[in-house]
Design a protein around this ligand. Sequence first.
Ligand code: FDA
Length: 396
Amino acid sequence: MTFESDVIVLGAGAAGLFCAAQAAARGLSVQVLDHANKAGKKILMSGGGRCNFTNYYIEPSCYISHNPHFCKSALSQYSQWDFIALVEQYGIAYHEKKAGQLFCDDKAKQIVDMLLDQCAQFGAQVRLSVPVSAVEVVEGQYQVQAAEQTFRSRQLVVATGGPSIPTLGASGFGYQLAEQFGLKVYPHRAGLVPFTITDQLKTLCHELSGTALNVTVDCNHTQFHEDMLFTHRGLSGPAMLQISSYWWPGDELQVNLLPAVDVASELRQAQHQRPKQSLKQWLADKTTQRFSEQWWSAVNAPLADTRLAQLNGEQMDNIAAQLHQWRIKPSGTEGYRTAEVALGGVDTDELSSKTLEAKRQPGLYFIGEVVDVTGHLGGFNFQWAWASAYACAQHL
Ligand code: FDA
């Protein structure tokens, strides 16, 4: 069976559904094809089931790309305020969790339902469980093959996302398509992902699993001030997820475990005020009993029971350095099994920043995560999906 339409969108995720609705609203006939049995699976899972759908403070500097300017055009064509207005139009209640991050009060499903309603309202057809196997150009039209079905259109939008969490239907199909049409694709790797630790710090992480500390973490000239979470296998929490997008295998992380405390000077003060206090108790007061016990047994067990009065200046400076500049070399990350995003992807030099169309392949568009634009944690990736989808839809 053959289906003809003005536009085919591959992928019924965040970018694909939004692009399809926007294009249909402009009067185009649109077919959305997805191999998954449900639309928007990542949206449903996002933000702990509440979908952090955008951020009040969207800035191009919150995106990682080989061309940091590329995202500016799309982000300015469709802003966070535009998406917030749509969410409000649908009566979806939301709240700011922290730092401008907007979440549904109720369920992420409300966002998927809103996108599907927009598709239905404007007549974009969403077809699920379609096993897309091949794309080719036949007589100037894109021809998509899926089992016994053939879909044809003059314009093809690739919105198949990145390969993170394959169990949700994620694949590297978009990269393959880009390469098939001669577009350069940057190597991809997992981002916004927990670290694994296998060296002598593994026991510390395991013993402290579930403990969170507010830290600053530095790597490759980038710093985040967020919570860090110890896990059975390593380190996670927003601080680690954020910095993972800037980390390369072999790099060291530098963690300030007490960014709000000047350890050297507070130890000297405490020495006068509470000379009989043990170092272990001093750190427990600044963090938790559990953290202090495990920390000293990992880094310097004999020192833990030392009274503050017995410490000399050099020892206090060393303790300050250990707590302010804790150096860790992760063995790796949890990879695509748990990563929120894929870094890298279709080279932005191949695409128009205004329309997302491939410069050398008319009628072919790449939007959302498949493009080499990756946001920080906090709603930035969905905003890129909405904005790139909108920019593309205006020019189809
Ligand atoms: P998306 O992955 O949404 O959609 C791609 C679609 O293409 C899927 O439906 C897939 O089935 C389909 N597809 C893939 N291969 C195909 C093929 N070969 N044939 C047919 N169809 C195919 N971001 C954020 O801003 N706030 C948040 O709260 C979160 N939370 C979050 C949690 C978790 C667990 C994950 C994994 C990710 C997030 N993210 C996030 C990131 C966010 O989900 C992601 O950036 C967007 O979903 C990307 O949108 P796309 O439409 O580009 O891809």
